[in-house]
Ligand binder design. Structure first.
Ligand code: AHM
Ligand code: MG
Length: 337
């Protein structure tokens, strides 16, 4: 019998590339992988174990939480608080950071995550995911505070997501390309199935929530109008459209077959710069997309260059196939100039 390469082997081989590695980072990745397996199991059982539906509570961003949002958040905390690898955690579902409880040793990494992204899909049995980002705690900080998390995306040590779709996958980068693993439910291991994922530079597929069209800015309207015009317009080719309402599923599709994903700046709620959160949605996804040869921008700047001003800061997101994202960015430049 022959198996593919397990994620645990992949992690160990990555560790061996760094002769001074302590094993902390490898341990942390393995714990994250365990957390994702537990969440996958809960998502998969769904109504059978009574985890669907609303929890009737709101998170710090005023969004109603689903039961699975809260349960997945707890799974991440439980799988990672005792290990000694982390100084603190932060997530979409917690107002403030979660310091490692006093009874456990503290480690040198910080973990930020969106435990269940695309939660509006849970009750209708459509793909959801988990997004995570690992940062290094600034040197000599024994008790990290929220400001220690406010690092630009370029400082990430790892960005990754788990996709709970027809199969469960884990896709991650540590800055050395992007690799995808599929969970073999029978043996409980992630197996390397998508080595060195690369995003095609060109695409004829876009993803945007078009119900927000009247709120978009001119450069985004221009781009989408041109896509919709297809062979009758300046692009002289037809485009296809998808919107899963789960960023993890959209980014995964783009990694596999190319595309452009946008949740751009709009004037629906002028107090919000965008919908998606910088630290635990936009940054890890941008790290993955860039490592796979794509681009990730707000339309005005590279997302990973932004110095965060808060744990739950929102940003516009335009990412995917290089030539299409370049084009949307150039339309923003045209307006500036
Ligand atoms: P969530 O983290 O509360 O689930 O929200 C993030 C999700 C993204 O996965 C997705 O791209 C977007 O929100 C969908 O938003 P909309 O419902 O406006 O289409
Ligand atoms: Mg989310």
């Amino acid at each position: 019998m022959h198996t593919g390469e397990f994620l645990s082997q992949f992690i160990m081989e990555e560790q061996r590339r760094f002769k001074d590695a302590s094993g902390d980072f490898s341990g942390l990745l393995n714990d994250i992988c365990t957390a994702c397996k537990v969440i996958s199991n809960g998502v998969n059982k769904g109504a059978l174990i009574g985890v669907l539906g609303s929890a009737e509570t709101e998170n710090v961003q005023g969004e109603t939480q689903k039961k699975l949002d809260i349960l997945s958040n707890e799974v991440f905390l439980q799988c990672n608080e005792w290990t000694g690898h982390l100084g603190a955690m932060a997530s979409e579902e917690m107002d403030d950071i979660y310091p490692i409880p006093d009874q456990y040793p503290r480690g040198k990494y910080l973990l930020v995550f969106d435990p269940l992204d695309g939660s509006s899909n849970i009750d209708v049995n459509i793909s959801v995911g988990t997004i995570f980002s690992i940062l290094r705690c600034p040197d000599h900080i024994k008790e990290p505070t929220a400001k220690d998390f406010l690092l630009p995306g370029t400082k990430q040590v790892c960005g990754g997501y788990a996709l709970y779709g027809p199969s469960t996958m884990l896709v991650l980068t540590t800055g050395n390309g992007v690799n995808g693993f599929t969970l073999d439910q029978n043996i409980g291991e992630f197996v390397l199935t998508h080595a060195n994922m690369m995003i095609p530079e060109d695409t004829q597929e876009f993803a945007i929530n078009a119900s927000n069209m009247r709120f978009w800015e001119a450069p985004v309207n221009r781009y989408i109008d041109e896509c919709l015009a297809g062979t009758t317009g300046v692009r002289d080719k037809n485009f296809n459209m998808r919107w899963v309402a789960s960023m993890v599923a959209e980014v995964h599709r783009i990694l596999v077959r190319g595309g452009i994903f946008m949740y751009p700046k709009d004037n629906k709620d002028p107090t919000k710069a965008g919908k998606l959160r910088l630290l635990y949605e936009a940054n890890p996804m941008s790290f993955i997309v860039e490592q796979a040869g794509g681009i990730s921008s707000t339309g005005r700047e590279r997302i990973m260059d932004i110095v965060p001003d808060g744990l739950h800061q929102r940003v516009p997101v335009i990412l995917g196939s290089k030539n299409e994202v370049d084009r949307v960015v150039s339309y923003h430049d045209d307006v500036k100039g």
